[in-house]
Ligand binder design. Structure first.
Ligand SMILES: Nc1ncnc2c1ncn2[C@@H]1O[C@H](COP(=O)(O)OP(=O)(O)OP(=O)(O)O)[C@@H](O)[C@H]1O
Length: 434
Protein backbone atom coordinates (compact mmCIF):
# COMPACT_ATOMS: atom_id res chain seq x y z
CA UNK A 1 0.00 0.00 0.00
CA UNK A 2 1.36 3.36 -0.95
CA UNK A 3 1.08 6.55 1.07
CA UNK A 4 1.28 8.77 -1.99
CA UNK A 5 -1.32 11.51 -2.37
CA UNK A 6 -3.38 11.58 -5.58
CA UNK A 7 -1.21 14.39 -6.89
CA UNK A 8 1.92 12.37 -6.23
CA UNK A 9 0.40 9.28 -7.82
CA UNK A 10 -0.37 11.27 -10.96
CA UNK A 11 3.15 12.60 -11.15
CA UNK A 12 4.52 9.08 -10.73
CA UNK A 13 2.30 7.93 -13.61
CA UNK A 14 3.53 10.90 -15.64
CA UNK A 15 6.95 9.30 -15.66
CA UNK A 16 5.63 6.53 -17.88
CA UNK A 17 2.49 7.70 -19.62
CA UNK A 18 2.00 10.76 -21.78
CA UNK A 19 -1.20 12.82 -21.35
CA UNK A 20 -4.51 11.12 -20.41
CA UNK A 21 -4.75 13.30 -17.32
CA UNK A 22 -8.37 12.50 -16.51
CA UNK A 23 -7.69 8.79 -16.40
CA UNK A 24 -4.62 9.30 -14.26
CA UNK A 25 -6.58 11.44 -11.82
CA UNK A 26 -9.38 8.87 -11.59
CA UNK A 27 -7.08 5.95 -10.82
CA UNK A 28 -5.11 8.08 -8.37
CA UNK A 29 -8.28 8.87 -6.43
CA UNK A 30 -9.37 5.23 -6.53
CA UNK A 31 -6.06 4.17 -5.08
CA UNK A 32 -6.03 6.86 -2.44
CA UNK A 33 -9.50 5.79 -1.44
CA UNK A 34 -8.12 2.46 -0.37
CA UNK A 35 -5.72 4.22 1.91
CA UNK A 36 -8.61 6.28 3.24
CA UNK A 37 -10.80 3.23 3.77
CA UNK A 38 -8.22 1.68 6.03
CA UNK A 39 -8.47 4.75 8.26
CA UNK A 40 -12.26 4.85 8.43
CA UNK A 41 -13.83 3.61 11.72
CA UNK A 42 -14.24 -0.11 11.64
CA UNK A 43 -18.03 -0.17 11.54
CA UNK A 44 -17.97 1.80 8.31
CA UNK A 45 -14.92 0.23 6.73
CA UNK A 46 -16.71 -2.73 5.22
CA UNK A 47 -19.38 -0.47 3.80
CA UNK A 48 -17.00 1.57 1.72
CA UNK A 49 -16.90 0.06 -1.73
CA UNK A 50 -14.11 0.69 -4.24
CA UNK A 51 -14.52 3.42 -6.80
CA UNK A 52 -14.53 1.18 -9.83
CA UNK A 53 -13.70 2.84 -13.10
CA UNK A 54 -14.88 2.63 -16.67
CA UNK A 55 -12.22 3.77 -19.13
CA UNK A 56 -13.53 4.74 -22.51
CA UNK A 57 -11.12 5.22 -25.37
CA UNK A 58 -9.74 3.80 -28.58
CA UNK A 59 -7.15 1.07 -28.69
CA UNK A 60 -3.51 1.71 -27.84
CA UNK A 61 -3.91 5.01 -26.00
CA UNK A 62 -2.69 3.90 -22.59
CA UNK A 63 -5.68 2.36 -20.77
CA UNK A 64 -3.98 -0.86 -19.79
CA UNK A 65 -0.68 0.88 -19.26
CA UNK A 66 -2.17 3.27 -16.70
CA UNK A 67 -3.77 0.43 -14.75
CA UNK A 68 -0.64 -1.69 -14.88
CA UNK A 69 1.63 1.13 -13.75
CA UNK A 70 -0.78 2.01 -10.97
CA UNK A 71 -0.66 -1.57 -9.72
CA UNK A 72 3.11 -1.61 -9.80
CA UNK A 73 3.25 1.69 -7.97
CA UNK A 74 0.89 0.43 -5.28
CA UNK A 75 2.48 -3.01 -5.02
CA UNK A 76 -0.92 -4.48 -5.91
CA UNK A 77 -1.51 -7.83 -7.53
CA UNK A 78 -2.80 -7.11 -11.02
CA UNK A 79 -4.78 -9.12 -13.51
CA UNK A 80 -5.91 -8.28 -17.02
CA UNK A 81 -8.74 -10.23 -18.63
CA UNK A 82 -10.66 -9.78 -21.84
CA UNK A 83 -14.40 -9.80 -21.26
CA UNK A 84 -14.87 -11.44 -24.66
CA UNK A 85 -12.97 -14.47 -23.43
CA UNK A 86 -16.09 -15.50 -21.57
CA UNK A 87 -18.24 -15.46 -24.70
CA UNK A 88 -16.11 -18.10 -26.36
CA UNK A 89 -17.42 -21.52 -27.16
CA UNK A 90 -17.22 -23.81 -24.18
CA UNK A 91 -17.82 -21.01 -21.71
CA UNK A 92 -19.53 -22.08 -18.53
CA UNK A 93 -20.95 -19.50 -16.18
CA UNK A 94 -18.67 -19.82 -13.22
CA UNK A 95 -15.50 -19.42 -15.21
CA UNK A 96 -15.46 -15.78 -14.15
CA UNK A 97 -14.53 -17.02 -10.68
CA UNK A 98 -11.24 -17.92 -12.27
CA UNK A 99 -10.50 -14.18 -12.27
CA UNK A 100 -10.23 -14.20 -8.50
CA UNK A 101 -8.22 -17.40 -8.52
CA UNK A 102 -5.75 -15.91 -10.95
CA UNK A 103 -5.56 -12.76 -8.87
CA UNK A 104 -4.69 -14.85 -5.83
CA UNK A 105 -1.96 -16.58 -7.85
CA UNK A 106 -0.56 -13.18 -8.79
CA UNK A 107 -0.61 -12.16 -5.13
CA UNK A 108 1.14 -15.39 -4.15
CA UNK A 109 3.96 -14.71 -6.58
CA UNK A 110 4.41 -11.24 -5.09
CA UNK A 111 4.34 -12.38 -1.47
CA UNK A 112 6.61 -15.33 -2.18
CA UNK A 113 9.14 -13.14 -3.98
CA UNK A 114 9.16 -10.69 -1.10
CA UNK A 115 9.59 -13.39 1.50
CA UNK A 116 12.15 -15.26 -0.53
CA UNK A 117 14.40 -12.26 -0.51
CA UNK A 118 14.06 -12.18 3.28
CA UNK A 119 15.43 -15.73 3.63
CA UNK A 120 17.85 -15.47 0.73
CA UNK A 121 21.06 -15.60 2.74
CA UNK A 122 20.00 -18.68 4.69
CA UNK A 123 18.67 -20.39 1.59
CA UNK A 124 21.94 -19.74 -0.23
CA UNK A 125 23.83 -21.31 2.64
CA UNK A 126 21.65 -24.42 2.56
CA UNK A 127 21.91 -24.64 -1.22
CA UNK A 128 25.68 -24.56 -0.90
CA UNK A 129 25.55 -27.50 1.48
CA UNK A 130 23.47 -29.48 -0.99
CA UNK A 131 25.90 -28.74 -3.79
CA UNK A 132 28.75 -29.88 -1.57
CA UNK A 133 26.83 -33.06 -0.75
CA UNK A 134 26.51 -33.71 -4.46
CA UNK A 135 30.20 -32.98 -5.06
CA UNK A 136 31.88 -34.84 -2.22
CA UNK A 137 29.10 -36.90 -0.64
CA UNK A 138 27.45 -36.14 2.70
CA UNK A 139 29.87 -38.26 4.71
CA UNK A 140 33.14 -36.81 3.47
CA UNK A 141 35.99 -35.55 5.63
CA UNK A 142 35.48 -31.98 6.86
CA UNK A 143 38.80 -30.94 5.35
CA UNK A 144 37.82 -32.20 1.89
CA UNK A 145 34.48 -30.51 2.18
CA UNK A 146 36.05 -27.21 3.16
CA UNK A 147 38.53 -27.29 0.32
CA UNK A 148 35.69 -27.91 -2.12
CA UNK A 149 33.73 -25.11 -0.47
CA UNK A 150 36.57 -22.73 -1.19
CA UNK A 151 36.81 -23.85 -4.80
CA UNK A 152 33.06 -23.55 -5.13
CA UNK A 153 33.05 -20.00 -3.77
CA UNK A 154 35.91 -19.08 -6.09
CA UNK A 155 33.81 -20.24 -9.03
CA UNK A 156 36.30 -22.97 -9.98
CA UNK A 157 33.58 -25.63 -10.04
CA UNK A 158 30.97 -23.70 -12.01
CA UNK A 159 31.16 -25.98 -15.04
CA UNK A 160 31.29 -29.21 -13.12
CA UNK A 161 28.26 -31.44 -13.58
CA UNK A 162 26.46 -32.72 -10.52
CA UNK A 163 23.39 -34.79 -9.92
CA UNK A 164 20.82 -33.36 -7.55
CA UNK A 165 17.33 -34.35 -6.45
CA UNK A 166 14.81 -31.59 -7.10
CA UNK A 167 11.18 -31.62 -6.04
CA UNK A 168 9.08 -32.83 -8.92
CA UNK A 169 6.58 -30.12 -9.62
CA UNK A 170 5.47 -31.44 -12.99
CA UNK A 171 1.98 -32.80 -13.11
CA UNK A 172 1.70 -36.53 -13.67
CA UNK A 173 -1.18 -35.77 -16.02
CA UNK A 174 0.81 -33.34 -18.11
CA UNK A 175 0.56 -33.88 -21.82
CA UNK A 176 -2.43 -36.11 -21.38
CA UNK A 177 -5.40 -34.90 -23.35
CA UNK A 178 -8.57 -35.81 -21.58
CA UNK A 179 -11.49 -36.36 -23.91
CA UNK A 180 -14.10 -33.65 -23.56
CA UNK A 181 -11.50 -31.09 -22.51
CA UNK A 182 -12.72 -31.00 -18.90
CA UNK A 183 -10.45 -28.20 -17.83
CA UNK A 184 -11.55 -27.82 -14.24
CA UNK A 185 -11.70 -31.56 -13.72
CA UNK A 186 -8.24 -31.77 -15.15
CA UNK A 187 -6.82 -29.35 -12.62
CA UNK A 188 -8.49 -31.11 -9.73
CA UNK A 189 -7.38 -34.50 -10.88
CA UNK A 190 -3.76 -33.55 -11.30
CA UNK A 191 -3.82 -31.66 -8.03
CA UNK A 192 -5.20 -34.72 -6.33
CA UNK A 193 -2.54 -36.93 -7.83
CA UNK A 194 0.05 -34.33 -6.93
CA UNK A 195 -1.06 -34.60 -3.33
CA UNK A 196 -1.00 -38.38 -3.39
CA UNK A 197 2.53 -38.39 -4.68
CA UNK A 198 3.54 -35.41 -2.51
CA UNK A 199 7.24 -34.96 -1.88
CA UNK A 200 8.33 -36.81 -5.02
CA UNK A 201 11.70 -35.81 -6.33
CA UNK A 202 13.48 -36.36 -9.58
CA UNK A 203 17.21 -36.58 -10.16
CA UNK A 204 18.65 -34.11 -12.61
CA UNK A 205 22.15 -33.57 -13.90
CA UNK A 206 23.15 -29.92 -13.99
CA UNK A 207 26.31 -27.87 -13.93
CA UNK A 208 27.00 -26.25 -10.58
CA UNK A 209 26.27 -22.87 -12.15
CA UNK A 210 22.79 -23.96 -13.29
CA UNK A 211 22.00 -25.84 -10.09
CA UNK A 212 22.34 -22.84 -7.80
CA UNK A 213 19.11 -21.12 -8.93
CA UNK A 214 16.69 -24.03 -8.46
CA UNK A 215 18.35 -25.10 -5.23
CA UNK A 216 18.12 -21.63 -3.68
CA UNK A 217 14.46 -21.43 -4.72
CA UNK A 218 13.74 -24.81 -3.21
CA UNK A 219 15.57 -24.06 0.01
CA UNK A 220 13.88 -20.69 0.42
CA UNK A 221 10.49 -22.29 -0.06
CA UNK A 222 11.34 -24.77 2.70
CA UNK A 223 12.17 -21.85 4.97
CA UNK A 224 8.94 -20.04 4.21
CA UNK A 225 5.92 -20.63 6.32
CA UNK A 226 3.54 -21.65 3.57
CA UNK A 227 0.44 -21.18 5.66
CA UNK A 228 1.12 -17.59 6.62
CA UNK A 229 2.29 -16.95 3.07
CA UNK A 230 -1.01 -18.01 1.55
CA UNK A 231 -2.88 -16.10 4.23
CA UNK A 232 -1.00 -12.92 3.36
CA UNK A 233 -1.55 -13.52 -0.34
CA UNK A 234 -5.30 -13.94 0.14
CA UNK A 235 -5.47 -10.72 2.12
CA UNK A 236 -3.37 -8.91 -0.45
CA UNK A 237 -5.61 -10.05 -3.30
CA UNK A 238 -8.75 -9.09 -1.36
CA UNK A 239 -7.65 -5.67 -0.20
CA UNK A 240 -5.18 -4.49 -2.80
CA UNK A 241 -6.03 -6.44 -5.94
CA UNK A 242 -6.67 -4.61 -9.21
CA UNK A 243 -8.53 -6.35 -12.03
CA UNK A 244 -8.53 -4.81 -15.48
CA UNK A 245 -11.39 -6.04 -17.68
CA UNK A 246 -10.72 -5.14 -21.28
CA UNK A 247 -13.24 -5.07 -24.14
CA UNK A 248 -16.22 -4.65 -21.84
CA UNK A 249 -17.97 -2.84 -24.70
CA UNK A 250 -17.94 -6.07 -26.69
CA UNK A 251 -20.25 -7.71 -24.18
CA UNK A 252 -22.50 -4.67 -23.90
CA UNK A 253 -25.72 -5.25 -25.73
CA UNK A 254 -28.95 -6.46 -24.37
CA UNK A 255 -30.69 -9.64 -25.32
CA UNK A 256 -33.82 -7.74 -26.33
CA UNK A 257 -31.99 -6.14 -29.24
CA UNK A 258 -31.30 -9.20 -31.31
CA UNK A 259 -31.20 -12.88 -30.64
CA UNK A 260 -28.28 -15.25 -30.70
CA UNK A 261 -24.94 -13.98 -29.53
CA UNK A 262 -26.45 -11.21 -27.39
CA UNK A 263 -27.85 -13.68 -24.96
CA UNK A 264 -24.39 -14.88 -24.11
CA UNK A 265 -23.10 -11.30 -23.96
CA UNK A 266 -25.67 -10.38 -21.39
CA UNK A 267 -24.82 -13.66 -19.70
CA UNK A 268 -21.22 -12.54 -19.35
CA UNK A 269 -22.33 -9.29 -17.77
CA UNK A 270 -24.59 -11.17 -15.38
CA UNK A 271 -21.72 -13.41 -14.39
CA UNK A 272 -19.32 -10.52 -13.91
CA UNK A 273 -21.80 -8.63 -11.82
CA UNK A 274 -21.56 -10.59 -8.54
CA UNK A 275 -17.81 -10.43 -8.78
CA UNK A 276 -17.84 -6.67 -9.12
CA UNK A 277 -20.59 -6.31 -6.51
CA UNK A 278 -18.64 -8.43 -4.09
CA UNK A 279 -18.78 -12.14 -3.63
CA UNK A 280 -16.75 -14.95 -2.13
CA UNK A 281 -14.93 -17.29 -4.45
CA UNK A 282 -13.38 -20.51 -3.28
CA UNK A 283 -9.81 -21.13 -4.26
CA UNK A 284 -7.51 -23.99 -3.41
CA UNK A 285 -5.93 -21.72 -0.80
CA UNK A 286 -9.22 -20.85 0.85
CA UNK A 287 -12.10 -18.46 0.23
CA UNK A 288 -11.35 -15.02 -1.17
CA UNK A 289 -13.68 -12.02 -1.21
CA UNK A 290 -13.94 -9.69 -4.17
CA UNK A 291 -15.70 -6.86 -2.28
CA UNK A 292 -12.70 -4.56 -2.13
CA UNK A 293 -10.94 -5.47 -5.33
CA UNK A 294 -10.63 -2.46 -7.62
CA UNK A 295 -12.15 -3.18 -11.02
CA UNK A 296 -11.17 -1.11 -14.01
CA UNK A 297 -13.26 -1.92 -17.05
CA UNK A 298 -12.30 -0.60 -20.41
CA UNK A 299 -13.50 -0.43 -23.97
CA UNK A 300 -13.58 1.66 -27.11
CA UNK A 301 -17.39 1.93 -27.11
CA UNK A 302 -17.43 2.70 -30.81
CA UNK A 303 -20.71 0.85 -31.35
CA UNK A 304 -22.17 0.03 -27.98
CA UNK A 305 -22.45 2.78 -25.37
CA UNK A 306 -21.89 2.53 -21.64
CA UNK A 307 -25.67 2.85 -21.27
CA UNK A 308 -26.00 -0.47 -23.12
CA UNK A 309 -24.44 -2.24 -20.16
CA UNK A 310 -26.75 -3.81 -17.62
CA UNK A 311 -27.96 -1.07 -15.27
CA UNK A 312 -26.54 -2.90 -12.26
CA UNK A 313 -23.17 -3.02 -13.94
CA UNK A 314 -23.32 0.65 -14.87
CA UNK A 315 -23.93 1.41 -11.21
CA UNK A 316 -20.89 -0.57 -10.20
CA UNK A 317 -18.62 1.35 -12.56
CA UNK A 318 -19.46 4.84 -11.31
CA UNK A 319 -16.35 6.65 -12.45
CA UNK A 320 -16.20 7.31 -16.18
CA UNK A 321 -13.11 8.61 -17.84
CA UNK A 322 -12.50 9.26 -21.46
CA UNK A 323 -9.09 8.73 -22.98
CA UNK A 324 -8.38 10.72 -26.07
CA UNK A 325 -6.93 9.48 -29.33
CA UNK A 326 -3.23 10.30 -29.51
CA UNK A 327 -1.99 13.09 -31.72
CA UNK A 328 1.26 13.47 -33.62
CA UNK A 329 2.68 15.57 -30.79
CA UNK A 330 1.74 12.86 -28.30
CA UNK A 331 3.65 10.37 -30.43
CA UNK A 332 6.72 12.61 -30.37
CA UNK A 333 6.47 12.80 -26.60
CA UNK A 334 5.85 9.05 -26.22
CA UNK A 335 8.99 8.37 -28.21
CA UNK A 336 11.13 10.63 -26.06
CA UNK A 337 9.64 11.40 -22.64
CA UNK A 338 8.65 8.27 -20.70
CA UNK A 339 11.54 6.83 -18.72
CA UNK A 340 11.58 3.55 -20.58
CA UNK A 341 10.69 5.02 -23.98
CA UNK A 342 11.17 3.00 -27.13
CA UNK A 343 14.15 5.01 -28.29
CA UNK A 344 16.00 4.49 -25.02
CA UNK A 345 15.17 0.78 -25.08
CA UNK A 346 16.64 0.42 -28.55
CA UNK A 347 19.67 2.51 -27.67
CA UNK A 348 20.33 0.24 -24.72
CA UNK A 349 19.93 -2.88 -26.87
CA UNK A 350 22.43 -1.63 -29.44
CA UNK A 351 24.80 -0.37 -26.75
CA UNK A 352 25.33 -4.02 -25.85
CA UNK A 353 26.99 -4.29 -29.28
CA UNK A 354 28.98 -1.10 -28.65
CA UNK A 355 26.87 0.78 -31.18
CA UNK A 356 25.74 4.31 -30.29
CA UNK A 357 22.31 5.08 -31.68
CA UNK A 358 21.08 8.65 -32.02
CA UNK A 359 17.98 10.27 -33.47
CA UNK A 360 17.79 13.95 -34.37
CA UNK A 361 14.60 15.76 -33.29
CA UNK A 362 13.64 15.80 -36.95
CA UNK A 363 13.93 12.01 -37.08
CA UNK A 364 11.61 11.62 -34.09
CA UNK A 365 9.05 13.85 -35.78
CA UNK A 366 9.35 11.86 -38.98
CA UNK A 367 8.61 8.66 -37.07
CA UNK A 368 5.59 10.27 -35.42
CA UNK A 369 4.39 11.37 -38.86
CA UNK A 370 4.81 7.85 -40.20
CA UNK A 371 2.83 6.42 -37.28
CA UNK A 372 0.00 8.92 -37.85
CA UNK A 373 -0.03 8.17 -41.58
CA UNK A 374 -0.08 4.39 -41.11
CA UNK A 375 -2.74 4.65 -38.43
CA UNK A 376 -5.01 6.58 -40.74
CA UNK A 377 -4.20 4.56 -43.86
CA UNK A 378 -4.79 1.16 -42.34
CA UNK A 379 -6.21 1.00 -38.83
CA UNK A 380 -5.72 3.17 -35.81
CA UNK A 381 -3.82 1.06 -33.31
CA UNK A 382 -2.62 4.07 -31.35
CA UNK A 383 0.84 4.13 -29.82
CA UNK A 384 1.38 0.49 -30.70
CA UNK A 385 2.13 1.75 -34.21
CA UNK A 386 5.32 3.34 -32.95
CA UNK A 387 6.73 -0.10 -32.25
CA UNK A 388 6.32 -1.26 -35.83
CA UNK A 389 7.58 2.02 -37.26
CA UNK A 390 10.70 1.98 -35.11
CA UNK A 391 11.33 -1.68 -35.89
CA UNK A 392 11.20 -0.90 -39.58
CA UNK A 393 13.51 2.11 -39.21
CA UNK A 394 16.05 0.10 -37.24
CA UNK A 395 15.79 -3.15 -39.13
CA UNK A 396 19.00 -2.85 -41.08
CA UNK A 397 20.98 -1.39 -38.19
CA UNK A 398 19.79 -4.16 -35.90
CA UNK A 399 20.85 -6.77 -38.39
CA UNK A 400 24.29 -5.32 -38.92
CA UNK A 401 24.93 -4.12 -35.37
CA UNK A 402 27.45 -6.83 -34.55
CA UNK A 403 29.66 -5.51 -37.37
CA UNK A 404 29.29 -1.89 -36.33
CA UNK A 405 30.95 -2.05 -32.91
CA UNK A 406 32.49 1.28 -31.93
CA UNK A 407 30.41 3.27 -34.41
CA UNK A 408 27.68 5.84 -34.01
CA UNK A 409 24.57 5.44 -36.13
CA UNK A 410 22.59 8.63 -36.52
CA UNK A 411 19.10 8.91 -37.94
CA UNK A 412 17.84 12.22 -39.24
CA UNK A 413 14.45 13.03 -40.74
CA UNK A 414 15.62 12.24 -44.24
CA UNK A 415 16.89 8.82 -43.33
CA UNK A 416 13.70 7.94 -41.45
CA UNK A 417 11.50 9.08 -44.32
CA UNK A 418 13.58 7.01 -46.72
CA UNK A 419 12.81 3.91 -44.69
CA UNK A 420 9.17 4.43 -43.73
CA UNK A 421 7.84 7.59 -45.39
CA UNK A 422 6.27 6.08 -48.50
CA UNK A 423 5.35 2.88 -46.77
CA UNK A 424 3.24 4.66 -44.20
CA UNK A 425 1.20 6.46 -46.84
CA UNK A 426 0.53 3.33 -48.83
CA UNK A 427 -2.28 1.38 -47.23
CA UNK A 428 -1.55 -1.84 -49.08
CA UNK A 429 2.08 -1.87 -48.11
CA UNK A 430 1.48 -0.67 -44.56
CA UNK A 431 -1.02 -3.42 -43.98
CA UNK A 432 1.79 -5.93 -44.17
CA UNK A 433 4.83 -4.03 -43.11
CA UNK A 434 3.97 -1.33 -40.60
N1 LIG B 1 -0.30 7.84 -23.47
C1 LIG B 1 0.71 6.96 -23.60
N2 LIG B 1 1.93 7.23 -23.11
C2 LIG B 1 2.93 6.35 -23.24
N3 LIG B 1 2.82 5.17 -23.84
C3 LIG B 1 1.63 4.82 -24.31
C4 LIG B 1 0.51 5.71 -24.25
N4 LIG B 1 -0.55 5.10 -24.81
C5 LIG B 1 -0.12 3.90 -25.21
N5 LIG B 1 1.18 3.72 -24.94
C6 LIG B 1 1.96 2.51 -25.25
O1 LIG B 1 1.26 1.77 -26.25
C7 LIG B 1 1.12 0.41 -25.89
C8 LIG B 1 -0.34 0.02 -25.85
O2 LIG B 1 -1.03 0.74 -24.86
P1 LIG B 1 -2.13 0.09 -23.90
O3 LIG B 1 -1.82 -1.35 -23.71
O4 LIG B 1 -2.26 0.91 -22.71
O5 LIG B 1 -3.41 0.21 -24.84
P2 LIG B 1 -4.94 0.25 -24.42
O6 LIG B 1 -5.39 1.66 -24.46
O7 LIG B 1 -5.15 -0.49 -23.17
O8 LIG B 1 -5.61 -0.50 -25.64
P3 LIG B 1 -6.42 -1.89 -25.64
O9 LIG B 1 -7.75 -1.57 -25.09
O10 LIG B 1 -6.46 -2.27 -27.08
O11 LIG B 1 -5.63 -2.86 -24.81
C9 LIG B 1 1.81 0.23 -24.56
O12 LIG B 1 3.04 -0.38 -24.80
C10 LIG B 1 2.03 1.63 -24.04
O13 LIG B 1 3.27 1.73 -23.43
Amino acid sequence: MTDLSPREIVSELDRFIVGQDDAKRAVAVALRNRWRRKRVPEDLRDEVTPKNILMIGPTGVGKTEIARRLARLAGSPFLKVEATKFTEVGYVGRDVDQIMRDLVEAALVMVRDKRRSGVKARAEGQAEERILDALVGPGSQPATRESFRKKLRDGDLDDKEIEIALADTSSPMQGLDLPGGGNVGMINLSEMLGKLGGGRTRNVKLTVRDAVGPLVTEESDKLLDQESLTKEALLLAENEGIVFIDEIDKVAGRSDRAGGADVSREGVQRDLLPLIEGTTVSTKYGPVKSDHVLFIASGAFHVAKPSDLLPELQGRLPIRVELKALTRDDFVRILTEPEANLIRQNQALLATEQVTLTFTPDAVEAMADAAVAANSAVENIGARRLQTVLERVLEETSFKASDLAGQTVTFDGERVRERVGDLAKNADLSRYIL
